[in-house]
Design a protein around this ligand. Structure first.
Ligand code: FE2
Length: 375
């Protein structure tokens, strides 16, 4: 593994693409209404905005849910034969849009296009009584797109075309704060192409890389490079499968997603023990490492603030780097196909991604694959 220092990252990052943060993540799903209920009841999101027949939208229905800085849009088509319907038919439920909050969506689009991006949406201004929003978009790996959102002149609840979604049922937050990173799975041999895309087109810097020596078990392997924007608010690790004795989790993803796409969304919390306790009580299933993992934990990561027994009970993993430590846990895949899942992460100084947990984790994933007969 190589790690660049923060200073070097800033110095290297040609920040022609200043990004303020993740604006929203949009998933195309087969039943947006029920998916929204799941994100609320299981993951502690709140109702935010709605678009559909009642707002004059004859084509799609979208529910927007929010938790602190995380906004998730769940969209389904209202008719057959749509592009969204085809997306769902091919991929199942999955991430279509990673929207990036920028100061100037026209400038961001022009800079990206100048550097070789493929256009998804030319800059477009949408308006309602709350002001205006400018959005533009470019293609990324698979069918994933990045939409630049400029909302400095907008006071509405989400975007023009959406109305406030008021519900009687408003379960409490589980303490999820913001998107820490979002991981893509790409085809064998494609990782470097997308690393280059994020470097050239988006001005990102590679901050870490893992090869099959870092990430492998007896059976499966993968390679990964982590791309970050200049201010470090956007981090996109990109995985590709590496040859192993059996089918890797990335291969399984690519097979069932029928192409490249978002593998997991990592969301940050300030109190992982409380958050995971809550999520479990609400029915979220997590990958479980063997309890022997905890027998050598303190030896491996040193003293930590958390009670090891609580971590063992919940199955929370710990890793340390030069800057501190982190706690993390991974949900099982959350839709019919064994494709996307969530990571819950709490950083206590560490800026890495849990390399020390990869082996234990992958063995846990392989046990799940074994049950599906896809290993
Ligand atoms: Fe992750």
């Amino acid at each position: 593994m190589e790690t660049n220092t923060l200073e070097k990252i800033h110095e290297d990052a040609k920040d022609f693409m200043p990004i303020l943060g993740t604006d929203y993540i949009e998933l195309y799903v087969s039943n947006a209404k029920q998916a929204a209920h799941y994100y609320k009841s299981a993951f502690g999101f709140q109702s935010l905005a709605f678009s559909g027949l009642e707002t004059g939208n004859q084509e799609t229905e979208s529910y927007v849910v929010v938790q602190d800085k995380i906004r998730i849009v769940l969209t389904s088509p209202l008719k057959s034969g749509s592009a969204i319907g085809k997306h769902i038919d091919r991929h199942g439920d999955g991430v279509k849009v990673t929207a990036l909050w920028v100061d100037d969506a026209t400038y961001a689009y022009n800079e990206a296009m100048k550097r070789g991006a493929t256009s998804y949406m030319e800059p477009k201004t949408e308006e309602d009584q709350y002001g205006k929003v400018v959005r533009s978009g470019i293609h990324s790996y698979g069918e994933v797109v990045h939409i630049f959102v400029e909302r400095k002149d907008y006071k509405g609840v989400f975007l023009p075309g959406f109305q406030e979604w008021n519900t009687f049922y408003n379960p409490e937050s589980v303490g999820l704060k913001f998107v820490d990173h979002m991981v893509g799975n790409v085809e064998l041999g494609q990782m470097n192409r997308w690393v280059e895309f994020y470097e050239k087109v988006m001005g990102f810097t590679q901050i870490m890389s893992f090869d099959d020596k870092d990430i492998s078990t007896e059976f499966t392997a993968l390679m990964s490079k982590v791309m970050s924007n200049g201010n470090g608010r956007i981090k996109f690790p990109i995985n590709e499968p590496a040859p192993g004795l059996k089918k890797s989790q990335v291969d399984e993803y690519l097979e069932f997603y029928e192409g490249e796409g978002v593998q997991h969304i990592a969301v940050a919390t300030d109190n992982i023990i409380e958050t995971v306790t809550n999520l479990k009580n609400r029915g979220v299933d997590f990958l479980q490492v063997p309890t022997t993992y905890y027998d050598v934990l303190e030896e491996r990561v040193g003293k930590i603030d958390e009670d090891i027994d609580s971590l063992r009970k919940l199955g929370i993993l710990v890793d340390r780097d030069d800057e501190g430590y982190l706690l993390q846990i991974f949900t099982k895949t959350i839709q019919a196909r064994p494709t996307m899942f969530f990571e819950i992460i709490q950083r206590k100084g560490a800026t890495s991604f849990g390399k020390g947990n990869f082996k234990a984790l992958f063995e846990a994933i392989e046990r799940e694959q074994e049950l599906r007969g896809t290993l």
